[in-house]
Design a protein around this ligand. Structure first.
Ligand SMILES: Cc1cc2nc3c(=O)[nH]c(=O)nc-3n(C[C@H](O)[C@H](O)[C@H](O)COP(=O)(O)O)c2cc1C
Length: 245
C-alpha cells in the first residue's frame, strides 16, 4: 500500500468510539443552567468544530450570533415583555408569525402522540397540571430567558437559500450540541424564539436578507434542577428502519 497517498482525514482512527457515542447520547435539552460563564475560547472551539458539518455543495449556509452579558439580557427583557403582551392580546399573533413552518399545520399520529408525551412529560416533572395556564406560561417564558444560560445563540440563514439548506443547518446545530457535550456543556435548541424574529433580527444586527432559523441556550447545566431530570424517550431503531431485501 502506498502510505504517501493517505490523507489525515481518511486515516484518522477514533481512539475512543465510546466517547463519541457518549457525547451524542448524553445530549439532552437542558432547561436550567448555572450562571457560570463560558469562556470565549471554548465557544470559538465549538463553532470551529461545528463548521466541519457537511452541507450540500459545501454551501455552509449558517450564521451564528453569540449573545452574552448585556446584549443577551437586553434581548431577554424585550422578548419576555413581547411574550407577555402576546398572551394578554392573542390578536397580536399575526404580527409575530414565524418565517417558516417548523411544525405541520395538521397534526397526525404518531407525531401528535409523541408531541403530547413530550409536553405532558415535561409538565409532569414540573408539577404543572393540564389547565394550569399561568404555570405553563411561566415555563414557556423560561425559553425567552435562555433558561438562565449565560450564552444565547441565534442562527440565521440567507432567505434566498432553499429548503435543503435547513437540512445542512440541522447538521450544524447538532454538531454544536455534540461539541458542547465534549466540553462539559449542555444546550437546548429553541424554535420558541422564531415568533419574535422581528425583535431579534434588528437586535443582533442581522441584515434584511436573513431569516431566523432558531435560537439555542448554551451553558453549564444545573444538575440540581428538577427540570433537568426530564428525559425523553425514543422509539427503537427497528421501528423506523426498513431493511429492503
Ligand atoms: C430545532 C429544535 C427546536 C426546539 N425548540 C425548543 C424550544 O423552543 N423550547 C424547548 O424547551 N425545547 C425545544 N426543543 C427541544 C425538543 O423538545 C427536544 O429536542 C425533544 O423533546 C427531544 O428531547 P431531548 O432534546 O432532551 O433529547 C427543540 C428541539 C429542536 C431540535
Amino acid at each position: 500500500m502506498n502510505t504517501e497517498l493517505k490523507t489525515p482525514q481518511v486515516s484518522t482512527l477514533i481512539q475512543d468510539p465510546a466517547s463519541v457515542d457518549a457525547a451524542i447520547e448524553s445530549r439532552f435539552s437542558a432547561r436550567a443552567y448555572l450562571p457560570r460563564p463560558v469562556e470565549r475560547v471554548v465557544l470559538e472551539d465549538i463553532l470551529r468544530v461545528a463548521a466541519r458539518a457537511p452541507s450540500g455543495t459545501n454551501t455552509q449556509p449558517w450564521n451564528v450570533y453569540v449573545l452574552q452579558g448585556q446584549p443577551r439580557d437586553a434581548l431577554v427583557t424585550q422578548v419576555c415583555a413581547a411574550h407577555d403582551l402576546l398572551v394578554a392580546k392573542p390578536a397580536l399573533a399575526q404580527e409575530y408569525a414565524e418565517a417558516y413552518d417548523y411544525y405541520p399545520t395538521q397534526w397526525v399520529s404518531p407525531y401528535i402522540d409523541r408531541r403530547r408525551e413530550c409536553g405532558f412529560g415535561l409538565y409532569g416533572v414540573l408539577g404543572i397540571g393540564k389547565g394550569d395556564r399561568d404555570k405553563m406560561h411561566a415555563q414557556h417564558q423560561r425559553n425567552f430567558k435562555f433558561f438562565d444560560a449565560p450564552v444565547g445563540l441565534m442562527f440565521t440563514i440567507d432567505r434566498v437559500m432553499g429548503r435543503g439548506s435547513l437540512l445542512d443547518f440541522g447538521m450544524f446545530l447538532q454538531s454544536i450540541m455534540v461539541a458542547a457535550r465534549a466540553r462539559g456543556l449542555h444546550t437546548c435548541p429553541q424554535a420558541a424564539w422564531n415568533n419574535f424574529a422581528k425583535i431579534i433580527l434588528p437586535h443582533i444586527g442581522a441584515g434584511e436578507s436573513e431569516m431566523l432559523v432558531c435560537g439555542m441556550a448554551l451553558g453549564y447545566a444545573d444538575e440540581s434542577a428538577l427540570v433537568n431530570t426530564f428525559k425523553t424517550t425514543r422509539v427503537d431503531a427497528e421501528s423506523f428502519t426498513h431493511w429492503v431485501e
